[in-house]
Write a protein that binds this ligand. Structure first.
Ligand code: SF4
Length: 394
């Protein structure tokens, strides 16, 4: 029995050179997103930004549909026609075939998913091309292809079913579709794993090790010893063939740079400060944090739970700060605090600000679409197979 079950400190992960190219001005074709955002942006200090956004949106009318991810800034959410998590938003976009332009206020992989699920005639626009996701960038197509070679050499590839989190590039979703796997969200990860284990003996879970581990161990009854971590920065993933043969869950060494920062200390600290507090965290948090929390659930689950909570109850929430602040404002009858004193916003989500939104909308209204996100036909075909498998999960 393997004992490789290191609970990695996400901060000691060697980032790919791509993951931190947030402020660069150059494109990197190996990244799940571009890093250059062309265009003549309005100044953030322009006092007319709100009015300009309203006017451009009014000029476009029903031709534009604006999607706002839950982690977006307030100034952007104000203009969203609908809000939600990444999968809900992609489906909302698909349900509006009459909208010529889908402006996705979120990150790059979300815009790709929207492009995959919408028609050829619809154009998906990402207001800032530098709004990528550091987690999605932790699994590149080349790295994952190399991993599959390692699994093949170890003689286990035939028994492995890939399960990829929605938070992955279109390339990784296509890899998953090519190898008979499924996509999952943080809401249906357990059902995805149950299905995958009915199809094969092992799961390769990409790219978020924490969601994979938390679901396998806390929801499926697997042990930490059943899990190994494949590190794409080490030869052979840092694992021996015997370790791969013994494992049931092969977890990719990726994590969310926001949720991965919540620590056991932050849980203990908030419990000491607020006696009786309910700690509610996202499953992208580290295993020990999820174990120490009272409740765990997806973004949509967190929103519902706080809606249903009794007045006067107290909550410490471990998810993105923009959302927690809006929830605290929406429920003044409950005490809602952020779980950690130092964790901050998702910096890539925050790249979409009012100047970028105004620039994107005004360009569309002038008939000059900018920052279109287009997935090529072959990638789209296989990525769709994996997405459709998710929709068909029992
Ligand atoms: S919150 Fe985490 S998973 Fe979501 S976009 Fe930001 S880095 Fe990616």
């Amino acid at each position: 029995m393997t004992t490789t079950h290191t609970l990695n400190d996400p901060l000691d992960v060697q980032p790919t050179p791509l993951a931190l190219l947030l402020l660069g001005r150059e494109s990197d074709p190996r990244s799940e997103r571009g890093v250059e955002c062309p265009g003549d942006l309005p100044a953030p200090s322009d006092p007319d930004l709100v009015e300009r956004a309203r006017a451009a949106k009014a000029r476009l009318g029903d031709r534009v549909f604006i999607l706002g991810h839950h982690y977006q800034r307030d100034e952007v959410i104000e203009f969203a026609d609908v809000t939600g998590d990444s999968f809900k938003l992609a489906r909302d976009a698909a349900a509006r075939p009459d909208a010529e332009y889908i402006v996705f206020c979120g990150v790059h992989f979300m815009a790709e998913s929207a492009d995959i699920l919408t028609s050829e005639q619809q154009q998906v626009i990402l207001p800032d091309l530098a709004a990528g996701c550091s987690m999605a960038d932790m699994a590149t197509a080349e790295q994952v292809a190399e991993c599959w070679d390692v699994l093949t050499e170890a003689g286990v590839a035939d028994t492995v079913v890939p399960v990829s989190y929605m938070n992955s590039s279109a390339d990784i979703k296509a890899f998953t579709g090519r190898h008979g796997g499924t996509i999952c969200t943080s809401s249906n990860a357990q059902r995805a794993l149950e299905w995958a284990f009915s199809q094969g003996e092992k799961v390769l879970f990409l790219p978020d090790q924490h969601l994979g581990r938390n679901t396998a161990v806390l929801e499926m009854g697997l042990t930490l010893d059943d899990c190994v971590v494949y590190n794409p920065h080490k030869p052979g993933g840092g694992l021996t063939a015997d370790e791969l043969r013994a494992a049931k869950m092969i977890l990719w060494r990726g994590h969310c740079s926001v949720h991965g920062r919540f620590s056991l200390d932050s849980v203990e600290d908030v419990r000491a400060r607020i006696p009786g507090v309910n700690v509610l965290v996202h499953p992208e948090c580290r295993h020990e944090v999820v174990r120490a929390a009272d409740h765990v659930g997806s973004t949509e689950h967190i929103i519902r739970m706080l809606q249903d909570a009794p007045a006067g109850s107290t909550w410490a929430i471990g998810t993105e700060l923009n959302l927690v602040r809006r929830l605290a404002k929406a429920h003044p009858d409950k005490q809602i605090v952020f779980l950690d004193k130092t964790v901050c916003f998702c910096s890539t989500m925050n790249r979409i600000d009012l100047p970028h939104l105004v620039w994107a909308l005004e360009s569309l209204a002038d008939g000059k679409p900018v920052n279109r996100i287009q997935v090529d036909a072959e990638t789209e075909h296989f990525a769709k197979l994996a997405l459709e498998q998710m929709l068909a999960l029992p």
